[in-house]
Design a protein around this ligand. Sequence first.
Ligand SMILES: Nc1ncnc2c1ncn2[C@@H]1O[C@H](COP(=O)(O)OP(=O)(O)OP(=O)(O)O)[C@@H](O)[C@H]1O
Ligand SMILES: [Mg+2]
Length: 373
Amino acid sequence: MKIVAFMNQKGGVGKTTSVANIGAILAAEYGYKVLLIDLDPQGHLSEHLGVYPEDRSIYDVLVNNLPAADAVRTAFGMDILPANLDLSAAEVELVGMMSRELRLKKTVGEWVKNYDYVLIDCQPSLGLLPICGLSFAEHVVVPMEAEYLALKGLSQLVNTIRLIGENLNPALTLSGVLFCMYGGNSTLAKSVKADVENFLPAQVFTGVVRRNVRLAEAPSYGKPIINYDATGGGAADYRQITAEFLHRLPLDGELPRPGKIFAAAGADSGKKKKRVKSASPEAATANKTPGSGGEKKIEKKTPAKSEPARDKPAKDAAARPASAEAVIITPVIIWRVPAAEPQVPASRAPRWIEEKVESLELKVEIGATSTQL
Ligand SMILES: Nc1ncnc2c1ncn2[C@@H]1O[C@H](COP(=O)(O)OP(=O)(O)OP(=O)(O)O)[C@@H](O)[C@H]1O
Ligand SMILES: [Mg+2]
């Protein structure tokens, strides 16, 4: 299990959007068991997924000792502990409680153990609720915008994470900085990203989430982007980010699972007929069941050649004619390796695969048709 808090004291940087969409992709396209915790009295995460709790919210869990199992709801294949405005009173009501910073951990710590990924959406402040979230999480991902003031906020946040690590939660690690609403062509965006990469060389996500109107529209329909505009640029960006997220935060002792790979039959430009987004090449996975020929298969999904360059702006999905149909293309590289090899830790996997691979096959599946190359 991995518990990940999405935190930035700056407002409107993409925390909620990232939790909703990464969570939805982890659940729907990778089959992970996902719990989202809405730890923001604005309740935006709950709304984003069409959950409007009038009662039995995370507030009742934290303040009234309601069992989490009684507050949990299900949306888009995920479980969610929702929030509403009641939660704004929690900061005051928890003041008199002993070890109030550990309240979330105490109330849901045991209960969450059956989930693969627990994603926490924090409110934009350095108050008690985000500190509760950071005292419970093992990892922090910081969504941010590529702008000058964000850099100042980031060093404050790094300091807060260090203090929480020293005083409340030694397991806490800053595991990612994710650029959201990224305007890739602006010099400022590039130079801010480069500065943050200098400051935190290992933490910055290689992928970015580009500014995309569909991502902004999806919450008003109460849907994650993969349920609202599955083949557009916003969904593609979050698929790529989710693949990278899994590579950074694989479950203990497991390689990341393969995700579905999507392509839209492009009627949009007439030039590019297909758009394909896939798990990153690193999202190689080991199939634990030995193959029939005494072999163990490792399937590695890779983007098809028709994948557009990542930096190219997404075509507005709305511009596509209504007749455009989605086609699923699944390029699969099958690596054949000796079955007797022990399970390999994720960190060793790429090198191990290089050393042990015996033969390669490339299979492309388009709908029901499968072609061996
Ligand atoms: N990549 C994007 N492109 C365009 N709009 C976006 C993108 N990501 C998020 N938005 C929109 O920007 C606004 C702020 O995003 P979001 O709510 O995810 O930020 P937040 O950090 O959770 O905000 P808060 O601090 O208030 O909780 C929302 O209206 C959201 O729909
Ligand atoms: Mg939010």
